[in-house]
Design a protein around this ligand. Structure first.
Ligand SMILES: [Mg+2]
Length: 259
Protein backbone atom coordinates (compact mmCIF):
# COMPACT_ATOMS: atom_id res chain seq x y z
CA UNK A 1 0.00 0.00 0.00
CA UNK A 2 2.76 2.37 1.07
CA UNK A 3 4.88 1.44 -1.94
CA UNK A 4 1.93 1.87 -4.27
CA UNK A 5 1.33 5.35 -2.87
CA UNK A 6 4.97 6.33 -3.33
CA UNK A 7 4.94 5.06 -6.92
CA UNK A 8 1.81 7.04 -7.72
CA UNK A 9 3.37 10.22 -6.36
CA UNK A 10 6.58 9.67 -8.32
CA UNK A 11 4.62 9.17 -11.49
CA UNK A 12 2.52 12.23 -10.92
CA UNK A 13 5.44 14.58 -10.53
CA UNK A 14 6.91 14.22 -14.05
CA UNK A 15 3.51 14.84 -15.62
CA UNK A 16 3.17 18.02 -13.60
CA UNK A 17 6.65 19.11 -14.62
CA UNK A 18 5.83 18.47 -18.27
CA UNK A 19 2.67 20.53 -17.89
CA UNK A 20 4.74 23.24 -16.20
CA UNK A 21 6.76 23.69 -19.40
CA UNK A 22 3.55 24.32 -21.32
CA UNK A 23 2.45 26.92 -18.80
CA UNK A 24 5.79 28.71 -19.16
CA UNK A 25 5.56 28.67 -22.95
CA UNK A 26 2.01 29.98 -22.96
CA UNK A 27 2.86 32.80 -20.60
CA UNK A 28 5.85 33.88 -22.69
CA UNK A 29 3.89 33.62 -25.94
CA UNK A 30 1.12 35.78 -24.49
CA UNK A 31 3.76 38.36 -23.57
CA UNK A 32 5.15 38.26 -27.12
CA UNK A 33 8.37 36.49 -26.14
CA UNK A 34 10.09 33.72 -28.07
CA UNK A 35 10.66 30.38 -26.35
CA UNK A 36 12.55 27.28 -27.43
CA UNK A 37 12.30 23.63 -26.44
CA UNK A 38 15.15 21.27 -27.34
CA UNK A 39 14.37 17.64 -28.12
CA UNK A 40 16.99 15.01 -28.82
CA UNK A 41 15.69 12.22 -31.09
CA UNK A 42 17.43 8.87 -30.53
CA UNK A 43 16.40 7.47 -27.17
CA UNK A 44 14.48 10.65 -26.35
CA UNK A 45 11.56 11.04 -28.76
CA UNK A 46 12.19 7.67 -30.40
CA UNK A 47 12.96 4.15 -29.25
CA UNK A 48 15.58 2.83 -31.70
CA UNK A 49 15.43 -0.76 -30.58
CA UNK A 50 12.78 -1.47 -33.20
CA UNK A 51 15.10 -0.15 -35.92
CA UNK A 52 17.86 -2.50 -34.79
CA UNK A 53 15.63 -5.55 -34.49
CA UNK A 54 14.11 -4.87 -37.91
CA UNK A 55 17.59 -4.58 -39.44
CA UNK A 56 18.84 -7.75 -37.74
CA UNK A 57 15.76 -9.60 -38.93
CA UNK A 58 16.39 -8.38 -42.47
CA UNK A 59 20.04 -9.46 -42.32
CA UNK A 60 19.02 -12.88 -41.01
CA UNK A 61 16.54 -13.33 -43.85
CA UNK A 62 18.65 -11.92 -46.63
CA UNK A 63 21.95 -13.54 -45.69
CA UNK A 64 20.89 -16.63 -43.75
CA UNK A 65 23.91 -18.53 -45.09
CA UNK A 66 26.29 -15.90 -43.71
CA UNK A 67 24.40 -15.28 -40.48
CA UNK A 68 23.15 -18.70 -39.35
CA UNK A 69 23.41 -17.98 -35.61
CA UNK A 70 21.39 -14.81 -36.04
CA UNK A 71 18.76 -16.68 -38.08
CA UNK A 72 18.51 -19.27 -35.34
CA UNK A 73 18.13 -16.51 -32.74
CA UNK A 74 14.94 -15.32 -34.40
CA UNK A 75 13.36 -18.70 -33.76
CA UNK A 76 13.62 -17.80 -30.07
CA UNK A 77 12.98 -14.06 -30.31
CA UNK A 78 10.60 -12.88 -27.60
CA UNK A 79 10.74 -9.17 -27.05
CA UNK A 80 12.69 -5.95 -27.48
CA UNK A 81 14.41 -6.14 -24.12
CA UNK A 82 17.07 -8.25 -25.84
CA UNK A 83 18.27 -5.11 -27.67
CA UNK A 84 21.04 -3.36 -25.74
CA UNK A 85 22.66 0.02 -26.44
CA UNK A 86 25.66 -1.92 -27.71
CA UNK A 87 25.17 -4.12 -30.76
CA UNK A 88 27.92 -6.42 -29.45
CA UNK A 89 25.89 -7.08 -26.31
CA UNK A 90 22.71 -7.58 -28.31
CA UNK A 91 24.37 -10.18 -30.51
CA UNK A 92 25.86 -11.89 -27.46
CA UNK A 93 22.42 -12.06 -25.87
CA UNK A 94 21.06 -13.51 -29.09
CA UNK A 95 23.66 -16.26 -29.04
CA UNK A 96 25.71 -15.03 -31.99
CA UNK A 97 29.27 -16.10 -31.17
CA UNK A 98 31.20 -16.63 -34.39
CA UNK A 99 33.62 -13.69 -34.93
CA UNK A 100 33.23 -13.65 -38.73
CA UNK A 101 29.46 -13.67 -38.43
CA UNK A 102 29.55 -10.87 -35.86
CA UNK A 103 31.81 -8.76 -38.10
CA UNK A 104 29.54 -9.33 -41.09
CA UNK A 105 26.37 -8.47 -39.16
CA UNK A 106 27.92 -5.32 -37.71
CA UNK A 107 28.94 -4.12 -41.13
CA UNK A 108 25.48 -4.75 -42.63
CA UNK A 109 23.75 -3.27 -39.57
CA UNK A 110 25.78 -0.03 -39.70
CA UNK A 111 25.03 0.44 -43.41
CA UNK A 112 21.34 0.37 -42.61
CA UNK A 113 21.12 1.88 -39.13
CA UNK A 114 22.85 5.11 -40.16
CA UNK A 115 20.79 5.71 -43.28
CA UNK A 116 17.65 7.55 -44.35
CA UNK A 117 15.81 4.38 -45.30
CA UNK A 118 15.60 2.65 -41.93
CA UNK A 119 14.61 5.42 -39.55
CA UNK A 120 10.96 4.76 -40.14
CA UNK A 121 11.36 1.60 -38.06
CA UNK A 122 11.93 3.68 -34.92
CA UNK A 123 9.03 3.76 -32.51
CA UNK A 124 8.00 7.06 -30.93
CA UNK A 125 8.22 7.11 -27.12
CA UNK A 126 4.79 7.10 -25.50
CA UNK A 127 3.16 10.52 -25.56
CA UNK A 128 6.09 12.13 -27.41
CA UNK A 129 4.22 13.23 -30.50
CA UNK A 130 1.29 14.71 -28.56
CA UNK A 131 3.61 16.51 -26.19
CA UNK A 132 5.83 18.09 -28.86
CA UNK A 133 2.70 19.10 -30.71
CA UNK A 134 1.35 20.81 -27.59
CA UNK A 135 4.64 22.60 -26.86
CA UNK A 136 4.73 23.80 -30.46
CA UNK A 137 1.05 24.72 -30.40
CA UNK A 138 1.62 26.79 -27.26
CA UNK A 139 4.08 28.92 -29.22
CA UNK A 140 7.53 27.49 -28.54
CA UNK A 141 9.95 26.65 -31.32
CA UNK A 142 10.53 22.90 -31.22
CA UNK A 143 14.19 22.24 -31.93
CA UNK A 144 15.13 18.69 -32.88
CA UNK A 145 18.79 18.55 -31.92
CA UNK A 146 20.30 15.26 -32.96
CA UNK A 147 23.65 13.63 -33.50
CA UNK A 148 22.41 12.16 -36.80
CA UNK A 149 24.23 13.59 -39.81
CA UNK A 150 23.05 15.62 -42.76
CA UNK A 151 24.56 13.43 -45.50
CA UNK A 152 23.03 10.11 -44.57
CA UNK A 153 20.16 10.81 -42.22
CA UNK A 154 18.51 14.23 -42.60
CA UNK A 155 15.95 13.11 -45.20
CA UNK A 156 14.93 10.05 -43.18
CA UNK A 157 14.78 12.13 -40.00
CA UNK A 158 12.38 14.61 -41.58
CA UNK A 159 10.37 11.80 -43.13
CA UNK A 160 9.91 9.91 -39.88
CA UNK A 161 8.96 13.04 -37.93
CA UNK A 162 6.31 13.76 -40.55
CA UNK A 163 5.22 10.13 -40.69
CA UNK A 164 4.43 10.06 -36.98
CA UNK A 165 2.79 13.50 -36.98
CA UNK A 166 5.46 15.54 -35.20
CA UNK A 167 5.54 19.20 -36.25
CA UNK A 168 8.38 19.51 -38.78
CA UNK A 169 9.32 21.86 -41.59
CA UNK A 170 6.71 24.40 -40.53
CA UNK A 171 7.07 27.71 -38.69
CA UNK A 172 8.11 27.17 -35.11
CA UNK A 173 10.26 24.13 -35.79
CA UNK A 174 13.94 23.58 -36.45
CA UNK A 175 15.95 20.45 -37.17
CA UNK A 176 19.65 20.60 -36.35
CA UNK A 177 21.85 17.67 -37.37
CA UNK A 178 25.61 17.19 -37.58
CA UNK A 179 27.48 18.30 -40.70
CA UNK A 180 29.84 15.36 -40.44
CA UNK A 181 29.04 11.92 -39.06
CA UNK A 182 32.46 11.68 -37.39
CA UNK A 183 31.90 14.80 -35.28
CA UNK A 184 31.80 14.10 -31.54
CA UNK A 185 28.21 14.19 -30.25
CA UNK A 186 28.93 16.03 -27.03
CA UNK A 187 31.12 18.64 -28.69
CA UNK A 188 28.51 19.14 -31.39
CA UNK A 189 25.74 19.77 -28.87
CA UNK A 190 27.95 22.09 -26.87
CA UNK A 191 28.81 24.19 -29.92
CA UNK A 192 25.28 24.30 -31.25
CA UNK A 193 23.90 25.32 -27.87
CA UNK A 194 25.86 28.57 -28.15
CA UNK A 195 23.96 29.34 -31.34
CA UNK A 196 20.61 28.30 -29.83
CA UNK A 197 21.27 30.56 -26.85
CA UNK A 198 21.15 33.57 -29.17
CA UNK A 199 17.73 32.66 -30.56
CA UNK A 200 15.59 33.10 -27.48
CA UNK A 201 14.74 31.68 -24.09
CA UNK A 202 15.27 27.92 -23.83
CA UNK A 203 12.50 26.69 -21.52
CA UNK A 204 13.00 22.94 -21.74
CA UNK A 205 15.62 20.39 -22.73
CA UNK A 206 14.96 16.68 -23.32
CA UNK A 207 17.81 14.18 -23.53
CA UNK A 208 18.63 10.53 -22.90
CA UNK A 209 22.42 10.82 -22.67
CA UNK A 210 23.58 11.87 -19.20
CA UNK A 211 26.63 13.69 -20.63
CA UNK A 212 24.48 15.74 -23.01
CA UNK A 213 21.90 16.37 -20.32
CA UNK A 214 24.57 17.77 -18.02
CA UNK A 215 26.09 19.92 -20.78
CA UNK A 216 22.75 21.39 -21.80
CA UNK A 217 21.65 21.99 -18.23
CA UNK A 218 24.85 23.89 -17.55
CA UNK A 219 24.36 25.91 -20.72
CA UNK A 220 20.65 26.62 -20.07
CA UNK A 221 20.30 26.74 -16.29
CA UNK A 222 16.93 28.49 -16.56
CA UNK A 223 15.41 25.66 -18.59
CA UNK A 224 13.56 22.67 -17.18
CA UNK A 225 15.81 19.73 -17.89
CA UNK A 226 14.37 16.29 -18.52
CA UNK A 227 16.18 12.98 -18.80
CA UNK A 228 14.32 10.22 -20.62
CA UNK A 229 14.94 6.80 -19.11
CA UNK A 230 15.62 4.69 -22.19
CA UNK A 231 19.12 3.59 -23.16
CA UNK A 232 22.39 5.48 -23.17
CA UNK A 233 26.12 5.04 -23.70
CA UNK A 234 27.84 2.78 -21.18
CA UNK A 235 30.11 4.49 -18.68
CA UNK A 236 28.08 7.69 -18.70
CA UNK A 237 28.62 10.31 -15.97
CA UNK A 238 26.13 10.79 -13.13
CA UNK A 239 23.22 13.03 -13.90
CA UNK A 240 23.59 16.47 -12.28
CA UNK A 241 21.05 17.41 -9.62
CA UNK A 242 17.95 19.21 -10.83
CA UNK A 243 17.53 17.11 -13.97
CA UNK A 244 14.19 15.37 -13.84
CA UNK A 245 13.92 11.75 -14.93
CA UNK A 246 10.90 10.80 -17.02
CA UNK A 247 9.80 7.46 -18.42
CA UNK A 248 7.82 8.92 -21.28
CA UNK A 249 5.88 12.05 -22.28
CA UNK A 250 2.41 11.16 -21.11
CA UNK A 251 0.71 13.84 -19.09
CA UNK A 252 -2.86 12.56 -19.19
CA UNK A 253 -3.71 15.36 -21.59
CA UNK A 254 -3.30 14.91 -25.29
CA UNK A 255 -5.06 17.63 -27.21
CA UNK A 256 -2.74 20.11 -28.92
CA UNK A 257 -3.30 23.57 -27.50
CA UNK A 258 -5.42 22.08 -24.68
CA UNK A 259 -5.10 23.28 -21.11
MG1 LIG B 1 19.89 10.44 -27.78
Amino acid sequence: MKAAKRTAAAEKAPAEALEGVLARVKKATAAGRSTLAIFDLDGTLFDNRTRTIFILREISEKFDNRAPELSAAFERFQDLSIVDYSLDNTLKRMGVRHPAEIAFIKQEWAKRFFSDEYQKYDMPILGAKAYVERVHGAGATAIYLTGRDVGRMLVGTTEVLRLYGFPVGVAGTMTIVKKEFEQDDELFKKEVSEYIDRLGEVVAVFENEPANSNILQARFPGADSFFVLTQHKPGAPDLKPGIRRIKDFRTGKTRPGGN
